[in-house]
Write a protein that binds this ligand. Structure first.
Ligand code: 6GU
Length: 225
Protein backbone atom coordinates (compact mmCIF):
# COMPACT_ATOMS: atom_id res chain seq x y z
CA UNK A 1 0.00 0.00 0.00
CA UNK A 2 1.14 3.54 -0.72
CA UNK A 3 0.13 6.31 1.67
CA UNK A 4 0.81 9.98 0.94
CA UNK A 5 0.37 12.29 3.91
CA UNK A 6 -0.03 16.05 3.38
CA UNK A 7 1.00 18.15 6.36
CA UNK A 8 2.53 21.48 7.38
CA UNK A 9 4.45 19.70 10.18
CA UNK A 10 6.23 16.77 8.48
CA UNK A 11 8.65 16.11 11.36
CA UNK A 12 5.68 15.37 13.66
CA UNK A 13 5.04 12.28 11.54
CA UNK A 14 8.58 10.97 11.28
CA UNK A 15 9.07 9.14 14.56
CA UNK A 16 5.77 7.20 14.71
CA UNK A 17 6.74 5.46 11.48
CA UNK A 18 10.44 4.85 12.08
CA UNK A 19 10.12 2.11 14.68
CA UNK A 20 8.71 -1.32 15.34
CA UNK A 21 5.91 -2.64 13.13
CA UNK A 22 5.58 0.49 10.96
CA UNK A 23 9.30 0.43 10.23
CA UNK A 24 9.23 -3.27 9.37
CA UNK A 25 6.17 -2.82 7.13
CA UNK A 26 8.16 -0.33 5.06
CA UNK A 27 11.33 -2.45 5.02
CA UNK A 28 9.37 -5.51 3.91
CA UNK A 29 7.72 -3.49 1.12
CA UNK A 30 4.15 -3.67 2.47
CA UNK A 31 4.04 0.09 2.98
CA UNK A 32 5.38 3.00 0.99
CA UNK A 33 4.85 6.09 3.11
CA UNK A 34 5.54 9.53 1.61
CA UNK A 35 5.20 12.66 3.71
CA UNK A 36 4.64 15.92 1.80
CA UNK A 37 5.25 19.34 3.28
CA UNK A 38 2.26 21.38 2.06
CA UNK A 39 4.41 24.52 2.22
CA UNK A 40 6.65 23.12 -0.53
CA UNK A 41 3.69 23.30 -2.91
CA UNK A 42 2.74 26.90 -2.13
CA UNK A 43 3.22 29.33 -5.03
CA UNK A 44 2.79 32.28 -2.66
CA UNK A 45 5.84 34.53 -2.38
CA UNK A 46 6.20 33.77 1.33
CA UNK A 47 5.16 30.15 0.83
CA UNK A 48 2.09 30.80 2.99
CA UNK A 49 -0.50 28.05 3.40
CA UNK A 50 -3.31 29.83 5.25
CA UNK A 51 -5.42 32.98 5.16
CA UNK A 52 -8.18 34.81 7.06
CA UNK A 53 -11.66 33.33 6.82
CA UNK A 54 -14.42 34.95 4.79
CA UNK A 55 -17.21 36.22 6.99
CA UNK A 56 -14.80 37.02 9.78
CA UNK A 57 -14.03 35.18 12.98
CA UNK A 58 -10.93 34.01 14.80
CA UNK A 59 -8.60 31.47 13.25
CA UNK A 60 -6.96 30.95 9.89
CA UNK A 61 -8.10 28.63 7.11
CA UNK A 62 -5.75 26.48 5.03
CA UNK A 63 -5.84 27.66 1.43
CA UNK A 64 -6.80 25.63 -1.62
CA UNK A 65 -3.79 26.13 -3.88
CA UNK A 66 -0.94 24.20 -2.21
CA UNK A 67 -3.11 21.25 -1.17
CA UNK A 68 -4.91 21.05 -4.54
CA UNK A 69 -1.62 21.22 -6.46
CA UNK A 70 -0.09 18.50 -4.32
CA UNK A 71 -3.13 16.22 -4.78
CA UNK A 72 -3.26 16.81 -8.54
CA UNK A 73 0.44 16.12 -8.92
CA UNK A 74 0.01 12.82 -7.06
CA UNK A 75 -3.07 11.91 -9.10
CA UNK A 76 -1.07 12.29 -12.29
CA UNK A 77 1.19 9.50 -11.11
CA UNK A 78 -1.37 6.98 -9.78
CA UNK A 79 -5.02 6.46 -8.96
CA UNK A 80 -6.07 6.92 -5.36
CA UNK A 81 -8.73 4.77 -3.68
CA UNK A 82 -9.41 7.37 -1.03
CA UNK A 83 -8.52 10.97 -0.21
CA UNK A 84 -9.02 11.25 3.52
CA UNK A 85 -9.29 14.46 5.51
CA UNK A 86 -8.49 14.14 9.22
CA UNK A 87 -10.96 16.32 11.14
CA UNK A 88 -12.89 16.18 14.42
CA UNK A 89 -15.98 16.72 12.23
CA UNK A 90 -15.39 13.42 10.43
CA UNK A 91 -16.87 9.97 11.02
CA UNK A 92 -15.41 8.35 14.13
CA UNK A 93 -12.72 5.80 13.24
CA UNK A 94 -13.46 2.17 14.08
CA UNK A 95 -11.94 -1.23 13.38
CA UNK A 96 -14.37 -1.83 10.50
CA UNK A 97 -13.13 1.25 8.64
CA UNK A 98 -9.52 0.21 9.33
CA UNK A 99 -10.19 -3.27 7.91
CA UNK A 100 -11.76 -1.74 4.81
CA UNK A 101 -8.92 0.77 4.27
CA UNK A 102 -6.28 -1.95 4.70
CA UNK A 103 -7.40 -3.32 1.33
CA UNK A 104 -6.57 -0.07 -0.49
CA UNK A 105 -3.72 0.34 -2.94
CA UNK A 106 -3.12 4.10 -2.72
CA UNK A 107 -4.48 6.64 -0.25
CA UNK A 108 -3.90 10.30 0.47
CA UNK A 109 -4.32 11.69 3.99
CA UNK A 110 -4.67 15.44 4.56
CA UNK A 111 -3.85 16.81 8.00
CA UNK A 112 -5.68 20.00 8.90
CA UNK A 113 -4.61 22.86 11.18
CA UNK A 114 -6.06 26.12 12.47
CA UNK A 115 -9.77 26.28 11.62
CA UNK A 116 -9.32 23.60 8.97
CA UNK A 117 -9.08 23.53 5.19
CA UNK A 118 -11.18 25.53 2.70
CA UNK A 119 -14.51 23.73 2.25
CA UNK A 120 -13.98 23.56 -1.52
CA UNK A 121 -11.06 21.17 -1.06
CA UNK A 122 -13.48 18.89 0.77
CA UNK A 123 -16.12 19.27 -1.91
CA UNK A 124 -13.74 18.66 -4.82
CA UNK A 125 -11.23 16.06 -3.60
CA UNK A 126 -12.01 14.49 -0.23
CA UNK A 127 -13.75 11.08 -0.29
CA UNK A 128 -13.71 10.35 3.44
CA UNK A 129 -13.55 12.51 6.58
CA UNK A 130 -12.25 10.74 9.66
CA UNK A 131 -12.07 11.72 13.34
CA UNK A 132 -10.31 9.58 15.94
CA UNK A 133 -12.62 10.50 18.82
CA UNK A 134 -14.74 13.12 20.49
CA UNK A 135 -12.08 15.58 21.56
CA UNK A 136 -10.06 18.20 19.70
CA UNK A 137 -6.37 17.91 18.81
CA UNK A 138 -4.21 20.85 17.71
CA UNK A 139 -3.78 19.31 14.28
CA UNK A 140 -4.50 16.24 12.20
CA UNK A 141 -0.97 14.78 12.37
CA UNK A 142 -1.34 12.68 15.52
CA UNK A 143 -4.73 11.49 14.28
CA UNK A 144 -3.16 10.56 10.92
CA UNK A 145 -0.44 8.60 12.74
CA UNK A 146 -3.16 6.71 14.62
CA UNK A 147 -5.04 5.96 11.40
CA UNK A 148 -1.95 4.79 9.51
CA UNK A 149 -0.82 2.54 12.38
CA UNK A 150 -4.26 0.98 12.78
CA UNK A 151 -4.59 0.34 9.02
CA UNK A 152 -1.06 -0.80 8.18
CA UNK A 153 -0.95 -3.50 10.86
CA UNK A 154 -3.94 -5.11 9.10
CA UNK A 155 -2.19 -5.41 5.71
CA UNK A 156 -1.62 -9.15 5.15
CA UNK A 157 2.00 -10.04 5.95
CA UNK A 158 2.74 -7.04 8.17
CA UNK A 159 2.07 -8.87 11.44
CA UNK A 160 3.57 -12.24 12.23
CA UNK A 161 1.96 -14.89 14.38
CA UNK A 162 3.20 -13.27 17.58
CA UNK A 163 1.55 -9.95 16.82
CA UNK A 164 -1.50 -11.42 15.08
CA UNK A 165 -4.45 -9.08 14.63
CA UNK A 166 -6.96 -11.91 14.88
CA UNK A 167 -7.17 -11.79 18.68
CA UNK A 168 -7.19 -7.99 18.98
CA UNK A 169 -9.88 -6.11 20.83
CA UNK A 170 -12.74 -5.08 18.48
CA UNK A 171 -11.94 -7.69 15.84
CA UNK A 172 -15.11 -9.49 17.03
CA UNK A 173 -16.69 -6.42 18.67
CA UNK A 174 -15.40 -7.56 22.09
CA UNK A 175 -12.54 -6.25 24.20
CA UNK A 176 -9.55 -8.56 24.60
CA UNK A 177 -9.23 -10.79 27.70
CA UNK A 178 -6.47 -10.21 30.30
CA UNK A 179 -3.03 -11.73 29.66
CA UNK A 180 -0.30 -12.97 32.02
CA UNK A 181 3.36 -13.93 31.80
CA UNK A 182 5.98 -15.11 34.29
CA UNK A 183 6.23 -15.17 37.26
CA UNK A 184 3.32 -17.43 38.19
CA UNK A 185 3.13 -15.77 41.61
CA UNK A 186 4.00 -12.08 42.04
CA UNK A 187 3.99 -11.20 45.76
CA UNK A 188 0.91 -13.34 46.28
CA UNK A 189 -0.88 -12.15 43.10
CA UNK A 190 -1.35 -15.41 41.21
CA UNK A 191 -1.98 -16.21 37.56
CA UNK A 192 -5.50 -17.69 37.16
CA UNK A 193 -5.32 -21.48 37.60
CA UNK A 194 -7.09 -22.26 34.32
CA UNK A 195 -4.27 -20.69 32.26
CA UNK A 196 -1.82 -23.18 33.80
CA UNK A 197 -4.13 -26.17 33.27
CA UNK A 198 -3.11 -26.96 29.71
CA UNK A 199 -6.80 -27.52 28.92
CA UNK A 200 -7.17 -25.63 25.61
CA UNK A 201 -10.98 -25.77 25.59
CA UNK A 202 -11.28 -24.48 29.18
CA UNK A 203 -8.78 -21.71 28.40
CA UNK A 204 -10.75 -20.60 25.34
CA UNK A 205 -13.97 -20.57 27.39
CA UNK A 206 -12.32 -18.56 30.17
CA UNK A 207 -10.92 -16.01 27.72
CA UNK A 208 -14.31 -15.60 26.05
CA UNK A 209 -16.01 -15.10 29.44
CA UNK A 210 -13.40 -12.49 30.43
CA UNK A 211 -13.86 -10.71 27.09
CA UNK A 212 -17.59 -10.45 27.73
CA UNK A 213 -17.00 -9.26 31.33
CA UNK A 214 -14.50 -6.59 30.20
CA UNK A 215 -16.81 -5.42 27.46
CA UNK A 216 -19.84 -5.25 29.80
CA UNK A 217 -17.82 -3.25 32.30
CA UNK A 218 -16.01 -0.77 30.04
CA UNK A 219 -17.89 -0.75 26.72
CA UNK A 220 -21.47 -1.97 27.14
CA UNK A 221 -22.33 -0.10 23.92
CA UNK A 222 -20.42 -2.75 21.94
CA UNK A 223 -22.78 -5.49 23.17
CA UNK A 224 -25.91 -3.65 22.10
CA UNK A 225 -25.81 -4.85 18.46
CL1 6GU B 1 -8.75 13.80 12.88
N1 6GU B 1 -8.18 16.10 14.01
C1 6GU B 1 -8.18 16.95 15.04
N2 6GU B 1 -7.62 18.15 14.89
N3 6GU B 1 -8.73 16.68 16.21
C2 6GU B 1 -9.26 15.48 16.34
C3 6GU B 1 -9.30 14.53 15.31
C4 6GU B 1 -8.74 14.89 14.14
N4 6GU B 1 -9.93 13.44 15.76
C5 6GU B 1 -10.27 13.70 17.01
N5 6GU B 1 -9.88 14.92 17.38
Amino acid sequence: MRIDVLTILPHLLESPFSDSIMKRAQEKGHLELVIHNIRDYSTHRQRSVDDYQYGGGAGMVMTIQPIADCIEQLQEEREYDEIIYMTPEGKRLDQGTCNQLSGSKNIIIICGHYKGIDQRLRDIYVTKEISIGDYVLSGGELAAAVLVDAVVRLIPGVLNNETSALTDSFQDNLLAPPVYTRPEDYKGHKVPEVLLSGNEKKIQEWRFQKSIENTKKNRPDLLED
